[in-house]
Design a protein around this ligand. Structure first.
Ligand code: ADP
Length: 494
């Protein structure tokens, strides 16, 4: 395939600015695409939390970015390079918007001007493209923060028929956040009020930026095939299932990759002992180390340790774990939870740890080292998500020989294969219903295998450890989508 010029726009990219899986995706994919010869550039907000000297960023240019009724905003652009790659990263600096303590908000509330903050990112990315003469073949945007880019490409930045217009791809990492704002934003977007209608940006008399992106992008994708199918339904699409159905012929799903340089039990410096598929002796030491670290009693070989590393939110089915906790202890298992999130869940797990110190331990907060220890030291990884666009933790857990017990939804259904004891195939235990009963049934299957069927358990762990989800194979799939988007752009002028 000929080398493409790919411009990405996103709100996060590791290691510069990150709050969740989005930052890992943008880094992993751009590195993999650059490795196979494409010219990849990424535009991010110049958040003040990004340390310019640590990342060797230098001034690239200054420009005035038109923002409709707000007039032009004077922005600076810094330039740097993503680690271990040829990926150029541009940071749009405008301190009144980006010099804040958080990326999106403070104390759980989004900043009230997030509409302007991210529309500026989108408009600046296109102004920058013009100023540097970049002429991308494809503009690849991520989530609602960048979804105004395809809208602009289709309107204000559309060139006449004789010129080449770039194709655009919108990747939806999470459908729950859509960027819904007061309709006055139309005057900042400045694309004309004719776009404020049902099959465009309008959503219950407000502006929905993700919906606009869905209607204007050349192609769309989500981060797993199952999630792409699920978001045609209301419960997964959070109200914009109509827009998804209108564009379903242009929607596909591509699984994210995992970073196996960071998540590898053979080399991981953060766990008590390294181990491999061939020699798993170290995993037992990791279990004891995890128990010691969290103050749980060390147990005999028949007591499985169940691990959770997660945002403590409804999406992740944390309420199901909380509701089933006492019955989980009844399975003669230990449970550990590492996570932060909704206040009720943090309080609930703290109290549970106080009341059941022999069965349960938790660490409320974000702790990168402990996340590795939980992956390595647990016997099963518990993930009862209500919806899961892709999910990374189940991939890491498999690599660490910790079979997931997971709900069969979205990326979990696509990455975890239910274990079949007769054929000895499968990498974890899947269940369907988002209920405590279904979770407990699956945990029952897992703990019975753990206790009574060492051969089956051994096969399960081997299968799990052998599974790989690489960015290289994701990048190949994205290449295919870019090529398809380019053809569509030429044929339909979309
Ligand atoms: P999401 O992006 O929806 O939160 P993912 O499974 O895609 O879920 O990615 C979550 C990432 O965040 C994983 O790398 C996981 O290890 C990490 N993580 C989540 N919570 C914590 C925590 N409390 N401490 C350390 N790492 C965490």
């Amino acid at each position: 395939m000929p080398a493409l010029r790919i411009l990405m726009v996103a709100a996060e990219m590791a290691p510069f600015a990150q709050e969740g899986g989005l930052g890992d995706s943008v880094l992993g994919l751009s590195q993999a695409l650059s490795r196979i010869g494409h010219d990849v550039r990424v535009v991010l907000p110049g958040y003040s939390s990004i340390d310019a000297s640590r990342h060797s960023l230098r001034h690239c240019l200054s420009m005035d970015v038109p923002m409709g009724i707000l007039g032009s905003l004077p922005c600076g652009v810094l330039q740097g390079r993503a680690p271990g790659s040829g990926v150029t990263v541009y940071f749009v600096r405008y301190d009144p918007y980006y010099a804040r303590s958080g990326l999106y908000g403070h104390g759980g509330d989004g900043y009230p001007d997030n509409d302007r903050r991210f529309v500026l990112l989108c408009r600046a990315a296109l102004e920058l493209t013009g100023a540097l003469g970049l002429e991308p073949d494809v503009v690849h945007v991520h989530d609602w923060h960048a979804a105004a880019v395809p809208v602009f490409l289709d309107t204000l930045y559309r060139k006449d028929a004789a010129s080449r217009n770039p194709a655009s791809l919108l990747t939806i990492h999470n459908m729950q956040q859509q960027g819904v704002f007061d309709k006055g934003l139309m005057d900042v977007l400045d694309i004309g009020w004719e776009h404020f209608h049902f099959r465009d940006l309008e959503f219950f008399d407000r502006v929905n930026l993700l919906k606009g992106g869905i209607y204007h992008a050349t192609l769309l994708n989500t981060v797993s095939p199952s999630y792409a199918a699920e978001i045609r339904q209301r419960e997964f699409a959070h109200g914009i299932e109509g827009a998804i159905r209108d564009r379903e012929a242009d929607l596909s799903g591509i699984l994210n990759g995992a970073d196996y340089a960071e998540w590898n039990p053979e080399t991981d410096p953060r766990i008590a002992a390294n181990y491999s598929e061939r020699d798993r002796a170290g995993k037992g030491l990791c279990k004891r180390d995890l128990q010691r670290t969290l103050g749980l009693p060390e147990t005999g070989p028949g007591v499985p340790l169940l691990g959770v590393v997660s945002r403590l939110v409804g999406q992740k089915g944390i309420d199901l774990i909380a509701g089933a906790a006492h019955r989980i202890f009844g399975l003669d298992a230990q449970l550990v939870v590492l996570g932060a999130g909704e206040p009720w869940a943090e309080t609930f797990f703290r109290t549970l740890a106080r009341d059941h110190p022999d069965r349960f331990a938790c660490r409320i907060g974000y702790d990168g080292t402990l996340a590795h220890k939980v992956m390595a030291g647990s016997d099963f990884f518990v993930m009862p998500s209500r919806f899961e666009p892709c999910g990374l933790t189940q991939m890491y857990a498999m690599r660490y020989g910790t079979p997931p017990v997971a709900r069969a939804t979205g990326g979990l259904a696509d990455t975890v294969e239910d274990f079949d004891e007769t054929t000895r195939t499968g990498t974890g235990f899947l269940f369907d219903g988002a209920t405590e009963r279904a979770l407990l049934d699956a945990l029952g299957r897992a703990t019975r295998a753990f206790r009574g069927r060492p051969d089956a358990m051994d096969a399960l762990i081997r299968n799990a450890m052998a599974r790989r989800f690489t960015w290289a194979s994701a990048a190949e799939r994205y290449e295919g989508l870019y090529a398809e988007a380019g053809r569509r752009r030429e044929n339909e002028g979309r």
